[in-house]
Design a binder for this molecule. Structure first.
Ligand SMILES: Cc1cc2nc3c(=O)[nH]c(=O)nc-3n(C[C@H](O)[C@H](O)[C@H](O)COP(=O)(O)OP(=O)(O)OC[C@H]3O[C@@H](n4cnc5c(N)ncnc54)[C@H](O)[C@@H]3O)c2cc1C
Length: 457
């Protein structure tokens, strides 16, 4: 890259231009998953929409590959590329909450914590995921499942409008009224169509939740799974519980006798009226008493950040997922086999409920297709130590291969590594061809291809 071009780009943007010669280059190229080690030629840390347009125009003119970074949490590391240009949105974090309309306008560098800290000040919440450091951009464009999904839908079901910059540098707003085909596609189709610069979300009154984990000894894991698969879809929609296999961290709040034990847990979140929480938990209380529990009232933002410390950035990650609408006995056998062999302290398996509100939306209404699923399963190998990368990867792949035959055949796009075109097609099912057509209209040269790529015709 010619020095003059970099100088001109630097002068043209309000944010900063980072190259391998910049002191902050090593930290700026890192993403959440330390297994990803890519070296872009240029990182443009955008300050505003104009910077995004400038960066896109520059990359197009120079023939550079472009990666787009929201929160940088993507497991496959699709926020960074080798040799090309990264459009880094992480400094674009403005949030405006409108309590008159219960809406939140957020720039696309926001994390979940950024928007729900602001919304929480008005007793409001936007439905997002379970770790507050995750970026809202990648999360929403792929789906966005979390504690409020059964009651209020996926993050993308709460998207009212988005501003985008397209591959030709033009600016566009997508909503039900404006460019509805683009609006349809970005609700599940990821970053394939342009760079979203801001999102307008519907928010909901969720000042407090009654929530937290319950843990059972591993010897009862089969019984917990058999009970959970029946009860979870039959609970009222303001009661959500994701199931997890875990190794108990060796520290507070867990009692010493549980430290480092493999256990089966459910993290509950009740978002109805607090004075009715105990009554809502009655069906759960009828089941075997947990060995440990920490369920109680807390702000939604506290719940969302409950597990942040367990999963800081910079660890090795390898994950695989699938959607499920049943958990047959034979699948439980495999879960117990692999769950008892968690390879490291932070490795885990989660079943996130996606039934309830999302299922009432027709699967042709947004690009997100698996509205008939009951759970989104993710198997995650995690460890701080790079030497354990092969071990956690092998465990995840073997576990996934054993469970895949009992799945619906496709995965949540945000829980995929780079797994090939067939897996992407399986994610979108009968929405895939329509996505190809929209891609052909808005990004005919496949300029945005560092993503779970949908190729134009
Ligand atoms: C610890 C952890 C917990 C998670 N928990 C959940 C959960 O509870 N629920 C859930 O649904 N998911 C969850 N996820 C998955 C998460 O949704 C994805 O990793 C998602 O890609 C993160 O978005 P991001 O903006 O941080 O990602 P990035 O890595 O920045 O980007 C991801 C993809 O989106 C594209 N992209 C990013 N920003 C834009 C933009 N503004 N415009 C266009 N394209 C863009 C990127 O190019 C890339 O392809 C979790 C991930 C982690 C690591």
């Amino acid at each position: 890259m010619q020095e003059d071009n970099i100088t001109a780009l630097t002068a043209a943007v309000r944010g900063s231009v980072i190259t391998p010669a910049s002191p902050e280059y090593e930290s700026a190229r890192k993403v959440y998953n330390a297994m990803i080690d890519r070296r872009p030629a240029i990182i443009v840390r955008c300050a505003n929409v104009r910077d995004v347009r400038t960066a896109i125009d520059f990359a197009r003119e120079q023939g550079l590959t472009v990666a787009v970074r929201g929160g940088g949490h993507n497991g496959a590391g699709l926020a960074v590329c080798d040799d090309g240009l990264v459009i880094d949105l992480s400094c674009m974090k403005s949030v405006r909450v409108d309590p008159a309309t219960n809406t939140v306008r957020a720039e696309s560098g926001c994390t979940q914590a950024d928007i729900n800290h602001a919304a929480g000040g008005f007793g409001l919440a936007v439905p997002v995921g379970v770790i507050s450091t995750t970026g809202i951009a990648g999360l929403t464009l792929g789906g966005g499942t979390g504690y409020l999904t059964r009651k209020y839908g996926l993050a993308l079901d709460n998207l009212l409008e988005a501003d985008l910059v397209l591959a030709d540098g033009s600016f566009m707003t997508a909503s039900a009224k404006n460019n509805p085909d683009l609006f349809w596609a970005i609700r599940g189709g990821g970053g394939n169509f342009g760079v979203v610069t801001s999102f307008l979300f519907k928010a909901h009154p969720v000042p407090q939740v009654f929530a937290g984990p319950m843990l059972w000894d591993w010897e009862h894991a089969r019984e917990v799974l058999e009970w959970y698969r029946e009860i979870s879809p039959n609970l009222p929609e303001d009661l959500y519980g994701f199931l997890a296999f875990l190794t108990v961290p060796p520290g507070p709040p867990f009692p010493e006798e549980l430290h480092l034990k493999v256990m089966c847990g459910i993290v509950w979140a009740y978002s109805g009226p607090l004075d009715q929480a105990e009554a809502a938990f009655q069906p759960i209380r009828k089941f075997r008493a947990p060995r440990f529990e920490l369920v109680g009232p807390m702000p939604y933002l506290t719940l969302q950040s409950l597990f942040d410390a367990l999963y800081p950035p910079g660890h090795q990650w390898y994950w695989r997922g699938d959607f499920l609408n049943e958990i047959p006995d034979a699948a439980i056998d495999q879960h117990l086999k692999f769950g008892s062999q968690l390879p490291t302290l932070q490795s885990t398996m989660h079943l996130y409920p996606v039934d309830g509100f999302p299922a009432r939306i027709d699967r042709s209404e947004t690009a997100f297709s698996f509205r008939d699923a009951k759970w989104s399963m993710v198997i995650v190998g995690v460890d701080p130590e790079p030497a354990n990368a092969a071990k956690i990867t092998a465990w995840t792949k073997d576990y996934w291969a054993a469970l895949h035959p009992y799945s619906m055949g496709g995965a949540y796009v945000n829980f995929m590594m780079e797994e090939g075109a067939d897996r992407i097609k399986a994610t979108y099912r009968d929405n895939y061809q329509r996505l190809v057509a929209v891609k052909g209209k808005y990004d005919p040269t496949n300029f945005f291809h560092v993503n779970q790529n949908i190729k134009p015709n």
